[in-house]
Ligand binder design. Structure first.
Ligand code: MG
Length: 252
């Protein structure tokens, strides 16, 4: 019997009932796990930045290094808009922004395929099937546009593990992206899933902040640009060096 079957029967009302019967956060209450993508599941080694660069060069013949104008954890539309404003000295028109997003997606397929440093992060390939086997429903919370998220995950064959998500195409605000993922998670689950039943996993202080603002706990993984100390300072509920040891709140 899997974890979810043992404690929660799928259907409207059942999650709230299960929650009422379990007092502590963690294994007993969690039914859905929300994963960030870049720096948490995979790294594309600059494929995202390179795709923006090619799009700006193609459309306006300007050099655009998004790392000068954006931060990790920012959503794609925000990255595109900020970079446009910085390199062009004005806001994009609707038509320009639309063309930028299209060109960027066009090149992303190519830059992800060509990236020599693309890799799946340690522990991910083992953890995802194990969580599914144990009965957890998995979703995404990412600043990527929905299509970009799937292009990035496709090279590692990871799309199949995620049945829903919140994306940078839903809102420029990561907290709202997290809430959107939670609403869609409830739809997939077939009944209201309370915040206590979600667990977020991310690699930046932004991820932690958004999870907490949306009312859910967060495991921070020091697998990319932030170290354990920085993530602890961000207030993460759990901080781990990699996903190789699994998720602490879900460990027996
Ligand atoms: Mg990340």
């Amino acid at each position: 019997m899997t974890h979810a079957q043992s404690e929660i029967s799928v259907g409207p009302g059942s999650v709230a009932d299960a929650k009422a019967s379990t007092a502590s956060k963690g294994r007993g209450t969690t039914v859905a796990v929300l994963f960030d993508i870049d720096g948490t599941l995979i790294v594309t080694d600059g494929a995202g930045a390179r795709s923006w660069e090619l799009a700006f060069a193609d459309l306006w013949e300007v050099e655009a290094d998004i790392s000068n104008y954006s931060d990790t954890g920012m959503t794609d539309p925000e990255v595109g808009r900020r970079t446009f404003e910085a390199v062009m000295g004005r806001s994009p028109s609707a038509a320009e922004f639309s063309r930028l997003l299209e060109r960027r997606m066009h090149y992303l397929t190519q830059t992800v395929a060509e990236s020599s440093g693309y890799r799946i992060l340690p522990g991910v390939a083992e953890l995802l099937p194990r969580l599914v086997e144990e009965g957890y429903v998995l979703g995404l919370v990412t600043g990527n546009l929905e299509a970009a998220a799937h292009v990035k995950l496709s090279r590692a064959g990871l799309n199949r593990f995620f049945s829903f998500g919140g994306y940078g195409s839903d809102s420029p605000d990561r907290t709202e992206v997290t809430r959107m993922a939670m609403r869609r998670g409830s739809v997939v689950f077939g009944g209201h899933v309370p915040p206590e039943a979600f667990l977020a996993v991310g690699d930046t202080p932004n991820d932690v902040e958004a999870a907490h603002a949306a009312g859910i706990t967060c495991v921070a993984v020091a697998s990319h640009k932030y170290d354990m100390e920085q993530l602890e300072a961000s207030g993460a509920d759990w901080v781990i060096p990699s996903l190789e040891q699994g998720l602490p709140p879900l460990s027996a």
